[in-house]
Each structure stands twice: as C-alpha cells, then as structure tokens.
Design a protein around this ligand. Structure first.
Ligand SMILES: Cc1cc2nc3c(=O)[nH]c(=O)nc-3n(C[C@H](O)[C@H](O)[C@H](O)COP(=O)(O)O)c2cc1C
Length: 325
C-alpha cells in the first residue's frame, strides 16, 4: 500500500461539512455546481461498512464529478475500522476523516463520536491504526471536549502526534450541543498549539461569519454545515466576501425557484421520485426561509408526493412574488 499523508493542494479554504442524512451524492453535486470546491460524505459507520451493508454502500455512492471528496468514518472498534479500510482501498476519495464529534446519544452510548474525547489513549491508538493502514491522508473531526474544553489543546496535540494530516474542530463541547456562543477562543488556542492545518467548524452562515472565524481563530479553513441548507449560494458568497469584501445580493425568487428545481431533479435522478420528494419537502422549507406569506405554500410542500407537486408550488412561488411586487 502506498501511503499519502499530503492533503489535496491547494487546501481549499471552504469545505462542505459532513452532514448525516443530508450530504448524499445529489447534495454534494448541487453544492459543487454552485461553487463548493471540497465536499464530504455524511459519516459512515465502520461496522456497517465492514459488513458491506446495502444502505451504507448506497450512502457511499459517488462519481467523477464528486471530487475532491472526504470520507468520514465513525467507530470505536479497531476490528471494524481495519475491515472498513480494506474496502476503502478501492474507493475514490481524497481524505479519510475520523469522527470524535457526533454528540447524539445513540452514537456516544456506544463509545463512538464525541464519547472518544473521554478516552484520549483509545482515540490516539485508533488514529495511529488508521494512519498506518490507510493510503489516504487521515484527519480528525473533534469537539472541544466532553463537558469542558479544558483538555482540548492536549487532545489536539495528541491527535497531531498520532500522525494525522489536519484537524477539524467544532467549537463546542459535547454537552453544549448547538448552544451559543461558539467558543472561538478555544479553537484559537488549539490552532496555536499544533503545526498541521486547522479546519474550524461552527456558525458559518455567510461571508461575515466566515471572516469572523478566520480572524478570531487564525484557522486555515472552515466548513459550511447548516448554512448550506437551502442556500447553495453560500460558497460564492463567502468567497467573494473573503477575497474582495463584496457582499453578494440575496438570490432573486427566480434563482431560488431554479435552484429548487435543479436540486429536486438531482435528488430524483439519484434516489428515485418517491424517496426524493419525501426528502425534498424539508429542503423546500429551507429554500423558502424568510420569504413573505410563505406559510400556506410550506404547508402544501410538507404533503408533496410527486415532482409535479413541487413544480406547481414553485410556479405559485413566482406568481406570489410577482403579485406582491
Ligand atoms: C443535520 C446535521 C448532520 C450532521 N452530520 C455530521 C456528520 O455526519 N459528521 C460530522 O462530523 N458532523 C456532522 N454534523 C456537524 C456539522 O458538520 C458541523 O460541525 C456543525 O453543524 C457546526 O457547524 P454549523 O454551526 O456551521 O452548522 C452534522 C450537523 C447537522 C446539523
């Protein structure tokens, strides 16, 4: 096996985060078409992959347009992780990430995700195992700690010493879940204490929050997560704000409507109409956030079953905007 510890160069400054239940192939392709330069799969259970579970293989669908690509493993058992790595040898991706960040009980009760922050020695040995047995550069996604950020720097240094190529930090502890404010100070302390690239995560909603993250933490890159929901324009918006200080105007209703159609059709192409439309209902809600008099259309969207239902709502969206202008 030829090992490769170097990250794709140049390291893009803005990445699409792993998003369980969201960042499937269609979602990644949509965001790439709107300007995203690096995307991650949603987290993949090492155990399910080691069993070649049909659902997991489905989640791992990719194609040539879907590069560069990060794949994140979730697990705590070295046996399953090793087996998963064997299968990944043939899989086309660029970075192997490991999850020590997921806060949900279903995951942490089994010693996975953020629960690994309570067991730094175990986390270190899993990272070493992955670095040794993966042909791809290994990265770690961590929260600041389990219930306190006090050991965050030590954990980050341990991860670096284990041979990882970059570290992604979500600036909250597991206990803080999505509580505000985000702890920029702890991310900054981590950045100062390591020499590998630091990717920061949390509260990236557009150009200004992206700039704030870079300035307050000194991070090398950021991930966009919830900020991309119903807003694939966010990548261009951030880029233009960071590079030129330009604030891009919010998309017009026609652009929103076109994005809704493009996104829905990508989902139908990759998941079939029935599954796609049920999943697309929530995206319709996200795309129409903040629009005036939108409640009735959103209520109708939550019952959509066919492509035609969304097309009809999309036409109403345009007509409604024309009426109120
Ligand atoms: C629906 C959803 C699914 C997520 N799935 C994952 C995941 O699979 N792996 C992971 O490391 N983080 C996951 N996250 C966390 C995000 O990647 C990100 O770290 C977090 O949302 C903070 O960023 P934000 O405030 O910009 O949304 C998920 C977040 C959300 C909202």
């Amino acid at each position: 096996m030829i090992q490769n510890n170097s990250l794709p160069q140049p390291l893009t400054k803005v990445l699409l985060a792993p998003l369980a239940g969201i960042s499937s192939l269609d979602y990644r392709l949509l965001n790439r078409r709107f300007g995203c330069k690096f995307a991650c799969l949603e987290m993949i259970s090492a155990r399910s992959l080691s069993y070649q579970s049909k659902k997991t293989l489905e989640m791992m669908k990719t194609n040539q347009e879907d590069r560069p690509l990060g794949l994140q493993l979730l697990g705590e058992n070295p046996k399953y992780i090793l087996k998963a790595l064997e299968y990944l040898d043939e899989y086309p991706f660029d970075i192997l990430d490991f999850n020590a960040a997921c806060p949900i009980k279903k995951v942490t009760n089994h010693g996975k995700g953020a629960a690994l922050l309570k067991e730094p020695k175990k986390l270190s040995s899993l990272l070493k195992l992955m670095v040794k047995n993966s042909s791809k550069p290994v990265t770690l996604k961590m929260r600041l700690g389990w219930d306190s950020p006090k050991d965050a720097v030590e954990t980050a240094q341990m991860a670096e010493d284990s041979g990882i190529s970059a570290l992604c930090v979500h600036g909250r502890t597991r206990f803080q879940k999505y509580q505000l404010p985000l702890d920029y100070e702890s991310i900054k302390k981590i950045k100062k204490s390591i020499s590998i690239p630091l990717i920061a995560s949390g509260e990236i909603w557009g150009g200004q929050t992206a700039k704030k993250m870079f300035e307050e933490t000194g991070c090398d890159a950021i991930t966009v997560a919830r900020g991309s929901l119903g807003n694939p324009w966010i990548f261009k918006e951030i880029e233009s704000f960071l590079d030129r200080g330009d604030i891009i105007a919010r998309p017009k209703i026609e652009e929103i409507s076109q994005a809704i159609k493009t996104h829905m059709d990508l989902m139908i192409e990759h998941q079939g109409e029935k599954n796609a439309i049920i999943k697309f209902r929530k995206f319709f809600i996200w795309y129409t956030k903040g629009l005036r008099n939108i409640k009735p259309l959103r209520a109708e969207a939550s019952l959509a079953r066919k492509r035609q239902d969304i097309i009809y709502l999309n036409e109403k969206l345009i007509a409604q905007a024309a009426d109120s202008s």
